[in-house]
Design a protein around this ligand. Structure first.
Ligand SMILES: [Fe+2]
Length: 215
């Protein structure tokens, strides 16, 4: 998501995006989604917009109670931390899990682990798709790693709950199933979005995350 240079509330032109981006994008989240997010988020006067989700949190002013070590204030902020902090963690992972040149199948030890823990790559895809489609309301579907068991696991989280903070699983691949992730291209048909997202999964990134969390 690049800098839009527009003021708050001003939406970009339909279909606008990096030159040639549309032709490389056989999938999923068109540039329009990013444009809308960027225009929709409130921003203080004069602030830039390097990344929608980045600036969304960077703009939050420091709470006096929080900074002063006020434990009651810190406890009161936990729901906001869970939601906004979780959203930041989830989307930061999500962006790197995707690539316009993605798709296909993983290789090497990640593929071996998928076959070991789910039977086959197809069975894994079916299971993660079913779990993600089945999230009630807004949330995320995940492939995570249980370090104690040394096993891959599929899980879902509600809202913006972060996978590791909620389940202990180390996140490898997250699928955003908030309606904002797909409604511009797929309306309310979440299963169609889940079918298409496999075309843009960056398996190199997922494999790197798997290798890193095994160390
Ligand atoms: Fe999202």
């Amino acid at each position: 998501v690049g800098s839009s240079g527009r003021s708050a509330g001003e939406a970009g032109p339909e279909g606008a995006g990096p030159e040639g981006a549309e032709s490389r994008r056989p999938w999923c989240c068109g540039p329009r989604t990013s444009e809308l997010l960027c225009a929709w988020l409130p921003r203080p006067p004069g602030s830039g917009c390097g990344c929608c989700l980045d600036c969304r949190w960077r703009w939050q002013p420091c709470s006096a109670g929080w900074c002063a070590g006020d434990v009651t204030a810190q406890v009161a902020l936990q729901p906001a931390l869970r939601f906004n902090g979780g959203g930041h963690i989830n989307h930061t992972i999500f962006w790197t899990n995707l690539s316009p040149n993605g798709g296909g199948e993983p290789k090497g030890e990640l593929m071996e682990a998928i076959k070991r823990d789910f039977g086959s790559f197809e069975k894994f895809k079916e299971k993660l798709t079913a779990v993600s489609v089945g999230v009630q309301g807004s949330g995320w579907g995940w492939l995570g790693f249980n370090k104690e068991q040394g096993r891959l696991k599929i899980a879902s989280c509600s809202n913006q709950d972060p996978l590791q903070g909620t389940t202990g699983l180390i996140p490898l691949l997250g699928i955003d199933v908030w309606e904002h992730a797909y409604y511009l291209q797929y309306k309310n048909v979440r299963p169609d979005y889940l079918k298409a997202i496999w075309n843009v999964i960056n398996w190199e990134n997922v494999s790197e995350r798997y290798s890193a969390c095994k160390k």
